[in-house]
Design a protein around this ligand. Structure first.
Ligand SMILES: Nc1ncnc2c1ncn2[C@@H]1O[C@H](COP(=O)(O)OP(=O)(O)OP(=O)(O)O)[C@@H](O)[C@H]1O
Length: 300
């Protein structure tokens, strides 16, 4: 079932077009990755989905309704962002208490466990918390709120590697027990690639990939071997990337799902991070060939 639906959404700030003609759906009970380079438009999209901003053109539906100033929708939505500000006198426990009043599914026991695990000092004022501790406040709220639609806009950037892994593990375990719709915006694609089930990539305001992670991974491979054999194999396919050392060539290809090793060619899967990076680097005209529709996921 569709939880979020965007149709032709554009957002302009003066001369800057932050989001251009974006159409895509997000689905109930899935973890989505919202990926893209700095300034691509991810936060702008998330702000519009959570009623904190409105589109210049186009239509947004969240749980079937316009989210802007819509209390019915917004009580089902939790938006955690990196730059979250708390009142100066707030301690972490105040932020958690406020969240417990706002979110109907709040699990106080789960929140207490997470506070322990993230070593979050509850009685330190927010302005004296470290960057990582502030991130942990957001992560604890985002998880314990169990909101039907939960968006994390890189809130875990301040977390160290151990705490980030803890976040991924706890998110996955809790999501398995309490399925809900999750959107993660991140630059750490390799770290979240096992979590993400559906990928939306935005670049310069345009949606350039929108598909299940499984479909995307099965579309691309790297093929390496002697130059001539690789070129023959690659003929007729979209080449996302090409590197050459001496007579040895390695290409990233799209649209060869059944490729297998041969005597002189080595075929390897492409990581989600490589696929996103290479596709983002491609010229606009070639992107349509990477299953990167500015539209809805195929077959839905
Ligand atoms: N309130 C605003 N006023 C003017 N321009 C804005 C505003 N918010 C965003 N923009 C512009 O819109 C574009 C998209 O910004 P956005 O914050 O959505 O990108 P992002 O993908 O979240 O980037 P990052 O990964 O760096 O956080 C940028 O060019 C940014 O400068």
């Amino acid at each position: 079932m569709t939880v979020v639906s965007l149709q032709g959404v554009t957002k302009r700030y003066g001369a800057t077009t932050a989001v251009q003609d974006a159409s895509f759906d997000l689905y109930e009970g899935r973890i989505h990755g919202m990926l893209g380079r700095n300034g691509a438009g991810k936060s702008t999209l998330m702000r519009m989905l959570t009623g904190q901003d409105f589109p210049t053109a186009g239509q947004i539906r969240v749980f079937g309704q316009n989210p802007y100033e819509n209390a019915d929708v917004l009580r089902q939505v939790c938006f955690i962002k990196e730059s979250q500000k708390y009142p100066d006198i707030f301690q972490a426990r105040h932020a958690l208490h406020a969240a417990s009043l706002v979110f109907p599914n709040w699990d106080a026991d789960f929140a207490a466990e997470l506070v322990e695990e993230f070593r979050l000092p509850l009685k330190t004022r927010a302005k004296k918390l470290s960057r990582g501790q502030l991130s942990a406040v957001g992560v604890v709220i985002g998880l314990a709120a169990r909101a039907p639609l939960t968006l994390f806009d890189e809130p875990y950037l301040g977390l160290d590697a151990v705490a980030r892994q803890l976040f991924y593990d706890r998110l996955l375990a809790d999501y398995a027990e309490h399925p809900r719709t999750i959107v993660l915006s991140t630059h750490l694609i390799d770290e979240v690639s096992d979590l993400i089930e559906h990928v939306v990539v935005i670049d310069r305001g345009r949606i350039i990939m929108n598909d299940s992670a499984e479909n995307l991974r099965s579309q691309a491979v790297t093929v390496s071997g002697p130059s001539r054999a690789v070129e023959e194999f690659a003929a007729g396919h979209t080449v996302l990337h090409r590197e050459e050392i001496g007579g040895f060539v390695r290409v990233t290809l799209v649209g060869v799902p059944d490729a297998r090793d041969t005597d002189n060619l080595r075929v390897e899967p492409v990581s989600l991070q490589q696929l996103v990076v290479r596709t983002t680097q491609l010229a606009d005209g070639d992107r349509a060939l990477v299953g990167a529709k500015n539209g809805r996921e195929a077959g839905r």
